[in-house]
Design a protein around this ligand. Structure first.
Ligand code: 13P
Length: 255
């Protein structure tokens, strides 16, 4: 936990999961269990559930977020969602550049940056994801890769108020494998240094870790220096697991 972060941000990325009934039940269970927790919680359901989940969370402190947005203003982009549409639905955050979009939709750093520009322009907080593949790690390139992604993906007007960076090693996502604490520390420290070289309030930019975060490893990960929260995939689909991760984060929060 980094002092500037104060409370950890625990974000649930539901990915392409959830029909109306189970998505609503999940959101309601998280809402009920989150009362009084000293952690900032965020739920990013699929686009089809943004409106009902947003209604289920209304009046609570749990934030709503999208999983992607288009770089352009509203217009002729079939199947896409503009940043302003997310904001209009009550979203405060949007995940950008997740590796499943980089790999599955050919998103480059440049495209991610253009999306972030659009998100920031409508007042959304961009959660910009980056992370090395297993082959890159094996070649000893992890630090260079994430630094390059950071440089290419963050817009010039990124700040602690409008941007969160999520380090998600590709090989740790959905695999049950997690880097060693030393490796997470090294990457987060490297990202912090890179941010400091470019942004005045770099110390306050939240750095999340993502990739097989579970109740069993959350305490250790969230206690690490420069880990200001978690971006949770699979475990965010079970209210008890997500809440257990949030509690592990809350225990690390500063008084
Ligand atoms: P898992 O927690 O399922 O590994 O997913 C991580 C992730 O991709 C969050 O964005």
């Amino acid at each position: 936990m980094n002092q500037a972060g104060g409370r950890p941000l625990i974000a649930g990325n539901w990915k392409m999961n959830g029909l109306r009934a189970d998505g609503l039940a999940l959101a309601q269970a998280i809402r009920a269990g989150a009362r009084g927790l000293r952690a900032d919680l965020l739920i990013c359901p699929p686009a089809t559930l943004l409106a009902p989940v947003g209604e289920a969370l209304a009046g609570s402190a749990i934030a709503l977020g999208g999983q992607d947005c288009h770089a352009d203003r509203p217009g002729a982009h079939t199947g896409d969602i503009a940043a302003v549409m997310l904001a209009d639905l009550g979203c405060r955050y949007v995940i950008l550049g997740h590796c499943e979009r980089r790999a599955g939709h050919g998103e480059t750093d440049e495209m991610v940056r253009a999306k972030a520009v659009s998100a920031l322009a409508v007042g959304l907080i961009a959660i910009v994801c980056l992370g090395e593949t297993e082959a890159q790690r094996d070649r000893g390139e992890a630090l260079d890769v994430v630094a390059r992604q950071l440089t290419g993906s963050l817009p010039e007007n990124a700040s602690a108020a409008n941007t969160v960076v999520a380090y998600e090693p590709v090989w740790a996502i959905g695999t049950g494998r997690v880097p060693s604490s030393g490796d997470i520390l090294a990457v987060h420290a490297h990202l912090r240094r890179a941010l400091a070289g470019r942004f005045k309030d770099a110390a306050g930019i939240r750095l999340l870790y993502g990739g097989s975060v579970k109740p069993g490893n959350a305490g250790e990960i969230l206690a690490l220096a420069d880990v200001d929260g978690a971006l949770v995939g699979g475990a965010s689909l079970k209210a008890e697991d997500f809440l257990a991760i949030a509690r592990a984060g809350a225990e690390q929060s500063w008084p």
